[in-house]
Design a protein around this ligand. Structure first.
Ligand SMILES: Nc1nc2c(ncn2[C@@H]2O[C@H](COP(=O)(O)OP(=O)(O)OP(=O)(O)O)[C@@H](O)[C@H]2O)c(=O)[nH]1
Length: 363
């Protein structure tokens, strides 16, 4: 049997990976998909959101919360792949959403290991970019601390991508997009294709079945203004098998190994996530404002979760200080739960401040 193609969707915290996947799952009805969702936080918010949005009939979800996928021996990634191998006859394609803090090399290493290399084949790695955040300079800072931490993860995600997807471009004009592509190519000269995704929508033909890790070259697509033409340093692909399953214009530069990956993780333990809960009924507007305030006052880069209202619930999505709060009629079973991710994020102080700002208890 042919190996199952795997598409890895990477991208910094809050760049729009889940939204992009959700749009894709709504549009793909002709393929049987397995979707593995890895989140840095201990609760799978993205998995829950994907399940409740419209998707084709033949989609199976696997949540891997609480860390970075494919790190360490206790990791659930290999067991998930084994489970997929057992249902090989009912899966056409695997999609993996990695955590916003992961560099996808560890996934490549597992897929290329002796146990899995005959059963799975890497189709392509997409890196989703929050374009306004890139333009703000917040993804490329060099000074110590949070900005350097962000820049390091972002750079590595670009480095290992076959396709970079410029997302959140609604409202940006063509000149801005062109200069963004230049910025991006300067940061990551080996990126082969740059695509644009208006409102996190990407043509399925540009997402699945790209064979970027095979010997064939993908024909250039005509997209303006950020075109998907190969990058300047692009070169014909060589046989990937001997190269740890990873392809780039400049293949020699990239050698994947778990030690590279662990090295990265060990050296930046400052990235942490924590969960806060509340049994009290929340007011959506107050919570919205409170989350914006704590995101300004503390080094938080991401907050997400569901909170219980008098009637219905509010879904919170915050990327930096941009907070989105959407209300609907669904029930929150159990307490309200929010996941915060930051760089030295200071759980106790955030809980105290959120409690003060909302007039409800968060712990
Ligand atoms: N304006 C705009 N907002 C977007 C777009 N794509 C995603 N968003 C918003 O950005 C926020 C984060 O989106 P997600 O899809 O959850 O991002 P993610 O990359 O999966 O986040 P993590 O898994 O936490 O790293 C949400 O509030 C989305 O609604 C887009 O194209 N345009």
């Amino acid at each position: 049997m042919n190996p199952i193609p795997v598409t890895v969707v990477t991208g910094f915290l809050g760049s729009g990976k889940t939204t992009l996947l959700s749009n894709l799952l709504r549009d793909v009805h002709d393929r049987r998909l397995a979707v593995i969702v890895n989140e840095f936080g201990e609760v799978s918010i993205d998995g829950a959101l994907l399940r409740e949005r419209p998707h084709g009939e033949h989609v199976a979800f696997f949540d891997l919360p609480g860390g970075l996928v494919a790190y360490g021996e206790q990791d659930a990634f290999a067991p998930t792949l084994r489970a997929l191998m057992e249902r090989r006859h009912s899966i056409d394609h695997v999609l993996i959403e990695t955590s916003g803090l992961a560099v996808p090399t560890a996934v490549f290493v597992v897929l290329e290991s002796e146990e899995f290399r005959d059963h799975f084949t890497l189709d392509a790695t997409l890196a989703v970019v929050d374009t306004p955040l890139l333009l703000s300079g917040d993804l490329t800072g060099t000074e110590e601390g949070v900005r350097a931490g962000v820049a390091s993860v972002f750079r590595q995600q670009l480095e290992f991508a076959d396709v970079v997807v410029l997302n959140k471009i609604d409202g940006l004009d063509d000149d801005v997009l062109l200069s963004t592509e230049e910025t991006l190519r300067a940061l990551a000269p080996n990126v082969r294709f740059v695509e644009t995704a208006y409102e996190a929508k990407l043509d399925t033909k540009l997402t699945l079945g790209l064979h970027l890790h095979a010997n064939t070259r993908v024909a250039a697509h005509a997209h303006s203004p950020a075109s998907s033409a190969p990058g300047v340093n692009d070169a014909p692909l060589a046989d990937q098998r001997a190269l740890d399953g990873h392809s780039h214009g400049d293949l020699g530069m990239h050698v994947h190994s778990l030690s590279t990956h662990e090295h990265f993780h060990q050296h930046d333990p400052a990235w942490q996530s924590f969960r806060l809960r509340s049994d009290d009924v929340q007011d959506a507007r107050t919570l919205h404002g409170a989350i914006r305030t704590v995101s300004q006052e503390f080094p938080l880069l991401r907050a997400k979760g569901f909170a219980r209202l008098g009637a219905g619930r509010v879904t919170i999505q915050a990327v930096r200080t941009r907070v989105d709060a959407r209300e609907d009629d669904s029930h929150v079973h159990g307490p309200s739960e929010l996941i915060f991710i930051g760089y030295h994020p200071r759980r106790k102080q955030v809980a105290a401040r959120l409690t003060e700002l909302t007039g409800t208890a968060w712990a």
